[in-house]
Design a protein around this ligand. Structure first.
Ligand SMILES: *[C@@H]1O[C@H](CO)[C@@H](O)[C@H](O)[C@H]1NC(C)=O
Length: 294
């Protein structure tokens, strides 16, 4: 939790006496160029993701896979947007701009590509949402909000018009921090130019939950040395902490859309120092009557 000065003042005033002021949580000192380069790292990845799939699968392949006739043309538009994001951020960063890496995406056909597109656009939306607080320059913040809106539109369009699911997770999207996003992006990155600026991010060990059906007991697997005591489910702006017992966790009921699960060594705090493994992505798709379909 971050305490603003105003909260502290109000709390102090309301108790009418001087109480111990909660310690101010120090904001990570990250400059705007670093945040923009982190965003550019993701945009390069998305750009390569779409260019690669469009080069690999033609219109016939999309239709043969059962996707709507208009899908490929619209994916080409999405690809153009990602390319424009890369150019926009590269221009803003000038000679500090990070260069594209090589990538490996696990899609095998247009259908698995469309499924991964929905997930990646969702992660992009969570990345921009979480990074907003790190941006100092208001003009960059506005530009980032503008990109965020477009990533969210992509996520909605793929989810609903292509994959047949709801176009949203719920009233709120999940904000993720830089390391959490990098953990999700890293498995797709094969290698990067050594001249790229080093970013202050690290990937946490990967986390696997055997099942994601609401209410089911799911076994928790990770290769981290530290012991995880809880799985935290990130849904909208909420974090649901569930204890791990006998190596298993009970998946909460009522989750919706794109949810992230993180293994922590704390039952109350999900930050970078309490993270043991993850996040991993879970999807809870509902039909228009709110029945879970997958
Ligand atoms: C994370 O939470 C733990 C437990 O509350 C706290 O001790 C630690 O200072 C927090 N770390 C960061 C980086 O906020």
């Amino acid at each position: 939790m971050r305490y603003s000065l105003l909260t502290i003042v109000l709390v102090s005033l309301s108790v009418q006496q001087v109480v111990a002021i909660p310690p101010l949580v120090k904001r990570q000192q990250i400059d705007d160029a670093t945040v923009l380069n982190f965003a550019l790292t993701l945009e390069h990845l998305e750009n390569a993701f779409y260019q690669g799939a469009l080069a690999k699968f033609d219109q016939k392949a999309f239709v043969a896979a059962g996707l709507p006739k208009y899908a490929r043309g619209r994916f080409s538009q999405v690809a153009e947007h990602e390319k424009a994001h890369v150019k926009f951020l590269s221009d803003a960063l000038g000679n500090k701009a990070t260069q594209p890496c090589t990538y490996d995406f696990p899609y095998t056909d247009p259908k698995s590509f469309a499924a991964l597109s929905q997930v990646l656009e969702g992660v992009g939306t969570s990345a921009y949402t979480g990074a907003a607080q790190l941006i100092s320059n208001k003009d960059y913040l506005t530009a980032a909000a503008s990109v965020l809106a477009t990533e969210a539109r992509h996520a909605s369009w793929v989810a609903s018009a292509v994959n047949g699911f709801a176009g949203w997770s719920g009233p709120f999207d999940v904000p993720l921090d830089l390391n959490q996003v990098y953990t999700l992006a890293a498995p797709f990155i094969t290698s990067c130019p050594s001249s790229n600026p080093a970013l202050p991010v690290k990937a946490f060990p990967s986390l696997t939950l055997s099942k994601s059906a609401p209410g089911s007991r799911s076994s928790v697997a990770h290769k981290a040395e530290a012991t995880a005591t809880h799985i935290v489910f990130f849904t909208g702006l909420d974090k649901i902490f569930v204890p791990i017992t006998d190596g298993e966790v009970e998946v909460p009921k009522g989750l919706s859309g794109q949810v992230y699960a993180l293994a922590t060594s704390s039952g109350t705090e999900a930050n970078d120092s309490t993270t043991v493994a993850g996040p991993t992505i879970l999807s809870f798709e509902h039909d228009s009557n709110n029945n879970l379909i997958s």
